[in-house]
Design a protein around this ligand. Structure first.
Ligand code: AHG
Ligand code: MN
Ligand code: MN
Length: 333
């Protein structure tokens, strides 16, 4: 059978009545095109002079890498003129980005973490892009941040692109999770992973252990139990991985199982965690749930949280169902 490119896959989904409106299909294709451009830049690295610091900071007070800024610009440029969007919001911008007056406006809101795992760029380790799409509430002509503040259950699509040994786009619009690999010679994403599923059980966990002294009791208990191995309460030996790119961790988990944790900790007690609900928590939760896994903040489904700010943080426990249920139960006890 001939290869199924992203465009063909989306058109065929659109034809299956009701699963994918044409405007949303176009939007997803456009995001995919921007991710291709980011992938080529990431690949060139020092050859294109794109490594290192940008010399600026974002709204989160984090130093921006050149590639954070480049990736953000690629996504804005590719998406502002197509007519499917009412506005965009990015981890790298304080306020929503409005569609310039010369272009038509559409019914969707696009949010993104243009470059996830930016600490890994200069050391040639996987980074990624994460995106989430919502419908703009009716009657809003000039969306401010309030329009974006919808729980993750309202997402109509979400995905990520991982720029690793292969560039892969992994996508959901609410009927399973579909994985595409970038064929550089043809310049297209090709369907290589149909109906991706997170294995229900696992023996692999991901957490930044250097923060252990700052964790809350349920997280400490759970990690202690995993470290105790076969003779401990969980009765099995675990392995650990920490890439420091959420995209890479989620991709590993969706491929071979595992649990990813970025808990709230005592370093900054006012923040619910490090990761951002709109650009990281919700899209990854949507993908993981669609792949049969689970995602909570320790107490409830991430996607059921009502966000109060565009850059709000969230504690994240996601991956294989059995393990996410365990750590969630420990929080609730
Ligand atoms: P970003 O580069 O978009 O700011 O995100 C980095 C995030 C996430 O990808 C990763 O899981 C985590 O930060 C790593 O944090 P530590 O450096 O604290 O381990
Ligand atoms: Mn990120
Ligand atoms: Mn980022």
């Amino acid at each position: 059978m001939s290869r199924i490119t992203l465009s063909r896959f989306l058109i065929e989904q659109q034809r299956k009545a009701g699963t994918l409106p044409p405007e949303l299909r176009l939007l997803i294709e456009t995001v995919g095109r921007a991710c291709k451009a980011i992938s080529y830049s990431v690949n060139k690295g020092a050859l294109a002079g794109i490594l290192g610091e940008a010399g600026t900071g974002n709204i989160q007070g984090e130093a921006q890498k050149k590639l954070d800024v480049i990736a953000n610009d690629f996504l804005l440029d590719a998406n502002e003129w197509g007519g499917s969007l009412a506005a965009m919001a990015s981890e790298e911008m304080e306020l929503p980005y409005h569609i310039p007056g010369e272009y038509p406006k559409g019914e969707y809101l696009l949010m993104f973490d243009p470059l996830d795992g930016s600490s890994n760029i200069d050391v040639n380790i996987s980074v990624g892009t994460i995106f989430s799409i919502l419908r703009c509430p009716e009657g809003i002509d000039h969306p401010t941040q309030e329009a974006f503040l919808q729980p993750g259950t309202k997402q109509v699509a979400a995905g990520y692109t991982v720029y690793g040994p292969q560039t892969m786009l992994v996508l959901t619009f609410g009927s399973g999770v579909h994985g595409f690999t970038l064929d550089r010679e043809h310049g297209s994403f090709v369907l290589t992973h149909s109906d991706m599923q997170v294995p229900e059980t696992t023996q692999e966990f991901a957490i930044n252990m250097s923060n252990m002294r700052h964790w809350e009791a349920p997280v400490k208990r759970y990690v202690d139990e995993m470290l105790a191995g076969k003779t401990g309460p969980l009765g099995k030996d675990y392995n650990m991985r920490w890439v420091a790119s959420m995209v890479a961790e989620v991709h590993r988990i969706i491929t071979r199982g595992g649990i990813f944790m970025y808990p709230k900790d005592a370093r900054d007690p006012d923040k619910a965690g490090k990761l951002r609900i709109m650009y990281e928590g919700n899209p990854m939760a949507f993908i993981i749930e669609q792949a049969g896994g689970a995602a909570t903040n320790g107490y409830q489904r991430i996607m059921e949280i009502q966000p109060k700010g565009l850059h709000e943080r969230v504690a994240v426990f996601l991956g294989s169902k059995e393990e996410v249920e365990r750590i969630t139960a420990y929080h609730q006890q």
